[in-house]
Design a protein around this ligand. Structure first.
Ligand code: DC
Length: 225
């Protein structure tokens, strides 16, 4: 049987991590896990339940009520996240969630909850997981670690285009402010801040097409196999 590895993709918000992770998983027949979707789904739950996430007892209680799982949507072939058996894949992409998720992701109890599940998903290997701390904390021994970056103007344009389809009232300024604020909080938090693992390979895709970035990553995979 072909050797299976763990591939981690970390990096700044909206630099194309999930696009590359999905491409790689499809090309290799691996499972793709979007770890950010887990933090977003937890945030959605807290917002809906009016959880005061500055109160550890309320956070603990809320986490005990949350069950997350991923299921493959046969129509798109993509895995989607379920929060207590409800498909929330589209709801969690809303700006309302995006504005709170980085704060929620600073909470140690939330991270412990998510990281434990992420690690169990990697037990069989053959997985591509994207996020902020996957190569540093979740799978520090992963065989291949990629750290992605791209020019902020390009990232804002990419995310704006995605959000505009769903909400034509969204502005470039709002999207830019959200990305900058998330990047700041994600890279300055105490627990598992966003940073490039020492053994991660840097991929700046500011001037790469999605075919070129896949080609770059597949060559890295070939070296590891
Ligand atoms: O990848 P994303 O934009 O969907 O992630 C949403 C937020 O979740 C991001 O701003 C920070 C947090 N996150 C995290 O702290 N650790 C991860 N492994 C993935 C996401």
């Amino acid at each position: 049987m072909a050797k299976k590895i763990i591939i981690t993709i970390d990096g700044w918000s909206s630099c194309g991590k999930s696009t590359l992770a999905k491409q790689l998983a499809t090309a290799l027949g691996y499972v793709y896990i979007d770890s950010g979707a887990m933090y977003r789904a937890i945030t959605l739950y807290f917002i809906r339940k009016n959880t005061d996430w500055s109160n550890p007892a309320e956070v603990k209680e809320a986490l005990e009520e949350i069950v997350l799982h991923f299921e493959c949507n046969p129509a798109s072939g993509k895995s989607e996240i379920f929060l207590n058996a409800e498909n929330v894949e589209y709801l969690i992409r809303d700006l309302v969630v995006a504005e709170k998720v980085s704060d929620v992701a600073t909470i140690a109890a939330v991270r412990d909850f998510a990281v434990a599940q992420q690690r169990s998903m990697g037990l069989q290997k053959g997985i591509v997981m994207d996020g902020r701390d996957i190569g540093t904390t979740v799978f520090p021994h992963a065989e291949l670690k990629i750290f992605m970056t791209a020019d902020i103007t390009i990232r804002v344009e990419r995310r704006f285009k995605e959000m505009y389809v769903k909400n034509p009232n969204v502005t470039l300024a709002e999207v830019k402010a959200n990305l900058e604020s998330r990047d700041y909080i994600d890279s300055h938090r105490e627990v598992s801040p966003l940073r490039q693992a020492e053994d991660a390979i840097l991929l700046d895709n500011s001037n790469l097409s999605i075919e070129e970035q896949l080609d770059f990553a597949l060559k890295l995979v070939a070296k590891k196999l």
